[in-house]
Ligand binder design. Sequence first.
Ligand code: IMP
Ligand code: MG
Length: 184
Amino acid sequence: MSGKLDQDIESILLSEQDIKDIVTRLGKELSADYADKDPLVIAVLRGAFVFTADLARAITVPASFDFMAVSSYGSHTKSSGVLRIVKDLDTDIEGRHVIIAEDILDSGLTLSRLITMLEERKPASLRVCAFAVKDVPRESWVVEPAYVGTHVPDAFIVGYGLDYAEHYRNLPYVGVLSPEVYQQ
Ligand code: IMP
Ligand code: MG
């Protein structure tokens, strides 16, 4: 893990300007839908921290923010098994309008387990705002995101919060990782 941050990037999928346009649009949609609702935006760590920081500044109505970290047991390339709360919310969400900010929705399994868990806490509403949705074959949605930033192809992508082995999160754009990186 040395040298230039972008040396392992095969191609750029979303430029900084693309990302800016996406986040601005999502901010407008959320601001319109949640005016007077004082929503609580929950960032799912660690991947969503960059997206949520930008989204926060694109939301122009009163809102608050909290953070949650979860991990699913099993292999790190595919979601599986049980969801473990690594860091819980500090906020009581009962009666609150909650928006979960996610970096990327792949199978949606992680998120569906998280939603089941949060629903038990009786929020007034609970919706998902996903920066990206991966275009993988789906018979049905495990979780249907109410807000979608963009669709991405079924490739392993990094940057803008997305990692491979905890690296590349600080790339300001989204790129496709060269397969040599994870095949070696
Ligand atoms: P799901 O449970 O299959 O939807 O997996 C979602 C999680 O897997 C995301 O929150 C990411 O942390 C991770 N993930 C899925 N696809 C990618 C990718 O292409 N690059 C980096 N992380 C990914
Ligand atoms: Mg994640």
